[in-house]
Design a protein around this ligand. Structure first.
Ligand code: HXC
Length: 508
């Protein structure tokens, strides 16, 4: 009996060694942790239950029958994060570069199916070179199965992808179909085809970092939702993120105890808006003063900075925040900002997370650059996303809400449940100068000045909208947290339904 037990331990030890000490050293020298070390950091201590650690590939081509490694380049299973169940797979770069074979795919598919049955989130830790080249179409078929399950799980359970090494092919397409992608700076890359293939096909010489490093995907392409300094920081932040997310679309947002009083007023908010309406201020100051313990998990912080999105908690429960950022491009809505916010609004709505929107927007960004880039369609995505929300929508206009952007940013007309304005709000078709130049074209400077003053007095306030009931109340800035908390509590059991149909046709 002892021999049998020893044999099990030996086989487990062999599997845990992955591609061997030499490759593990190489992994560490690159500043990366191994697949198993990552799991240890991500999950609660001792909670990991591994599955399929003895699975091997079945390929006999290109001498592959001589190199079989138990586990086949991916560690799969389940565990807990702060006591809540998550499923995961962690690619082992030390085994065939973490590439996906038929059996490797079957391991991932198994945890995807289990996560769906258990209605629990799934996290993928990626460090892998795509389809296992030696397996050809068997690997491609495996990816197809993984992709399809990504789509089936979308909107049912949260799916998170963490890019922790050089990832290519299927190892970027599967993440692209999940809810969030995070990267580790300087050690992770995402590209459909790597620098060597790029050179062969297009003659373009480019480094991995220039092609698909974290700096590219968090600032230029917007493919990744955030990046972190190293593996440890990244995995600890993933634990923090998971605490904000519901387990599935029916579970509702998780609730955590808070000592932060919702009745406390914050007088400093009364002076947040500068006297000069064209002077910027940091909308994140408002968000951090509204959320419990100032804890705000910002997403896509370095991309389309003119809009801020992320999770916070109010009275212990998760809320999605969308806010124009006057510090960047005066908070204008452009194509990137519209797409960024639209995707976030859809995530919140899919998982029943209420949305709080802070509005200070001078309109959509004019110009050929934006129009040629499809601003009409991209702006429509955000309008569409808000309009189809059934979750509670609470909106606070802090300053400008001009033109179409007023409608888009969770206005009453597109489904806002409670729409508040600060006394500093200005709700109009456009700013006074632009408006007067159009409707009083050709006037003398004195006439223009007089008309501008008249326009400002009449329209650049919250009261015209409040008189119509488009604004439910004009609130004191210092009581914003309390008013939002009360609004969300009142809306807790909100029910709303979209008309029956196969599915909508979002302007993608
Ligand atoms: C088999 C692979 C592999 C792969 C890497 N390896 N990628 N083995 N299939 N796809 C192996 C290498 O042979 C090597 O083995 C080890 O992993 C480490 O690879 P290196 O190249 O030495 O590492 P590095 O220099 O860091 O480069 C990593 C890399 C590069 C950028 C990922 O390996 C690469 O470009 N790989 C190919 C990427 C690719 O084109 N994949 C197919 C995509 S198509 P040893 O034994 O030396 O340690 C695809 C289809 C899906 O995925 C469909 C999408 C819609």
């Amino acid at each position: 009996m002892k021999d049998i037990l020893d044999r099990l331990e030996e086989r487990r030890a062999e599997a845990r060694l992955g591609g061997g000490d030499k490759r593990i050293d190489a992994q560490h020298k690159r500043g990366k942790l191994t697949a198993r070390e990552r799991i240890e950091l991500l999950l609660d201590k001792g909670s990991f239950e591994e599955l399929d650690m003895f699975v091997e590939h079945r390929s006999n081509d290109f001498g592959m029958e001589k190199t079989k490694v138990p586990g086949d380049g991916v560690v799969t299973g389940w565990g807990t994060i702060n006591g809540r169940i998550v499923y995961l797979f962690s690619k082992d770069f030390t085994v065939f570069g973490g590439s996906l074979s038929e059996t490797h795919a079957q391991k991932i598919i198994k945890v995807q199916d289990m996560a769906m049955k258990a209605r629990a989130p799934i996290i993928g830790l990626f460090d892998a070179g795509g389809a296992r080249i030696q397996e050809g179409v068997a690997a491609l078929g495996g990816y197809g199965e993984v992709f399809r399950r990504n789509v089936m799980a979308s909107g049912v359970i949260p799916q998170i992808s963490v890019i922790m090494g050089p990832c290519a092919g299927g190892d970027v397409y599967s993440p692209a179909m999940t809810d969030f992608i995070f990267m580790v700076r300087d050690t992770s890359y995402m590209f459909v085809t790597g620098p060597d293939v790029v050179k062969t096909v297009t003659n373009e010489v480019v480094t991995a970092e220039e092609l698909g490093g974290a700096s590219v995907h968090t600032t230029k392409s917007g493919v990744a939702d955030g990046s972190f300094e190293n593996d440890v920081d990244c995995l600890l932040q993933m634990r923090r993120l998971m605490d904000f997310l519901p387990s599935n679309f029916e579970a509702g947002p998780p609730s955590w105890p808070t000592l932060d009083d919702i009745d406390a007023v914050d007088e400093s908010l009364d002076t947040l808006i500068p006297d000069n309406p064209n002077k910027p201020y940091d909308i994140k100051e408002l968000i951090t003063k509204v959320v419990d313990e100032g804890d705000f998990f910002e997403l896509s912080a370095a991309y389309a900075k003119n809009i801020v999105i992320g999770f916070g908690r109010v009275a212990g429960s998760t809320v999605g925040f969308v806010a124009n950022q006057p510090m960047v491009l005066a908070g204008v809505l452009d194509s990137d900002a519209s797409r960024k916010a639209a995707r976030f609004v859809r995530f919140c709505d899919a998982f029943n997370i209420p949305i709080v929107t802070f509005v200070d927007v001078p309109g959509f960004l004019p110009g050929t650059d934006q129009e040629y880039g499809g601003l009409i369609k991209h702006g429509a995505k955000l309008l569409f996303a808000y309009s189809q929300c059934t979750v509670p929508l609470v909106t606070v206009i802090t300053r400008k809400a001009f033109g179409g952007a007023y409608d888009v940013m969770a206005s009453k007309h597109v489904g806002g449940d409670l729409n508040y304005a600060w006394p500093t709000a200005q709700i109009a078709v456009m700013g006074a100068k632009g408006a007067v130049e159009i409707i009083f074209r050709g006037g003398t400077p004195e006439q223009i000045a007089a008309q501008t003053k008249q326009y400002e007095d009449r329209f650049l306030s919250p009261f015209v909208a409040a008189e119509r009931g488009y604004i439910d109340d004009v609130i004191m800035p210092h009581s914003t947290r309390r008013r939002i908390a009360r609004a969300l509590a009142m809306l807790k059991n909100k029910t709303a339904e979209m008309p029956r149909r196969k599915h909508d046709n979002l302007p993608v």
